[in-house]
Design a protein around this ligand. Structure first.
Ligand code: SF4
Length: 417
């Protein structure tokens, strides 16, 4: 008999899937009799095939601190699934199994390759399949946690029910208490959102655009205020300081360039999400032309430049850092006459150029807030400066090991005396 790929004989009386090194059997299959092994193998291989498709399709979602196109930041697991390094809430770094529960979707988001009229291979995992495969990965110490999202299977609450069932299994049946990032499905009821919050370590729902006007160009079916803003506000309320679920982190993501939004509108919304709704992180995903319907702005060539949109994404991340970590306010951000960030200069440098009264900053006496305003000087360098100057006076850039482009950016804004 020719063995299908992925099989080995085991003790001469049956076959089970190869393990990672191709030598040892996968332990949770050991106890089955021969025909049961075969049945288990079939369902396991089905799960793995589906997981391959669904983990690949989950790549468009960044709201779990994972990269997508950057292959340095993800790698394939033993079964071909993408595993994603992420930054942990406590600052550590580890790997998530990231997958969709289903890539079937009843929605019509015109920027999304999984929308209902797309011709893609559809499949859905059962909660038990995800739970088992995840626990197996965990047992092999290949991942530390799970990111679970999904297309909309029939309706948002049915989908949330399956996702919540999955997490309940992992938490209660298998006793996993670690990191789980759960996507909230747009349009989910308050009860479904509350249940998800009670089960997850982190939750996210993609806001996509800054406002209804821009979202209307991207979907005829989804209602921006009801399906997106309402659950986002509820997520914020349930997880705010002093609430029962304040340990649960909230994140969201904008898709940049699919609609006709301006950067200034994204930054306004970003500011509100941080300041009013207390969100933990906001992510930006440059729209990838060719994935959406021809009538959306992102698909119209005269409005879209693929290099520019990646630079826009990069500039928005820089602004995000300035607002979150550098003490900048929304009004400190400078835009061009069209309401967009400069593609040529970073937003901190632009602010410095238009505030000559603020400079030079005295390296040896300035407070932390002032040091953070110097172009080219980041958080880590500011911490170094604060530590070094406790010992003795800092004399020059060389003693700070600042050179090259950073030196060129910083030197006209600094004084050492
Ligand atoms: S809800 Fe919209 S964005 Fe999400 S999978 Fe369905 S079509 Fe794509």
């Amino acid at each position: 008999m020719t063995l299908p790929s992925g099989f080995v004989y085991f003790q001469g009386n049956g076959m089970i899937p190869k393990s990672r090194d191709g030598l040892k059997p996968v332990p949770f299959l050991k106890t089955y009799m021969v025909h049961a092994k075969a049945r288990t193998y079939l369902s396991t291989m089905d799960s793995i095939e589906k997981l391959k498709v669904l983990s690949e399709d989950s790549q468009y979602d960044l709201a779990c601190a994972c990269g997508t196109n950057d292959n340095d930041r993800r790698h394939r697991g033993t079964d071909g699934k993408w595993l994603y390094p992420v930054v942990l809430p406590n600052g550590g770094y580890s790997v998530l199994l990231k997958t969709l529960l289903s890539n079937a979707c009843s929605n019509d988001c015109k920027y999304c390759p999984l929308r209902n009229d797309s011709n893609v291979r559809r499949c859905t995992l059962h909660p038990d399949e995800i739970a088992k495969v995840f626990m197996e990965y965990l047992r092999r110490k290949e991942v530390f946690g799970l990111f679970l999202s999904s297309g909309v299977i029939d309706n948002p609450d049915l989908t949330m029910q399956k996702m919540n069932d999955t997490i309940r299994l992992i938490r209660r049946k298998y006793g996993f208490r670690g990191y789980i990032h759960l996507k909230i499905i747009p349009g989910a009821s308050d009860a479904a959102v509350e249940e998800a919050v009670s089960l997850a370590s982190a939750i996210s729902l993609n806001i996509e655009t800054p406002g209804e006007k821009h979202f209307k160009l991207l979907s005829d079916r989804k209602n921006y205020l009801h399906d997106i803003i309402r659950p986002i506000k509820l997520m914020s309320k349930l997880t705010s300081r002093g609430q029962r679920f304040s340990r649960v982190k909230c994140t969201t993501q904008f898709i940049v360039g699919a609609s006709d939004e301006k950067d200034t509108e994204i930054v306004d919304y970003m500011n509100g999400l941080y300041k009013k709704l207390d969100f933990n992180r906001i992510y930006f995903s440059a729209y990838q032309q060719g994935l959406g319907k021809p009538d959306i702005p992102g698909e119209q060539k005269h409005l879209f430049n693929s290099e520019e949109v990646f630079m826009r994404e990069h500039r928005l991340y820089q602004v995000d850092f300035l607002l979150r970590k550098y003490g900048f306010e929304k009004n400190d951000i400078i835009y061009d006459s069209s309401g967009n960030l400069s593609l040529d200069k970073d937003p901190k440098e632009l602010w410095a150029e238009s505030h000559p009264e603020y400079f030079p900053v005295k390296i040896n006496t300035a407070d932390r807030e002032s040091l953070l305003r110097i172009p080219g000087i980041g958080l880590e360098r500011v911490n170094n400066i604060l530590t070094m100057r406790k010992g003795s006076k800092i004399k020059d850039f060389a003693s700070l090991k600042i050179k090259g482009k950073t030196l060129a950016k910083a030197k006209k804004y600094v004084e050492f005396d």
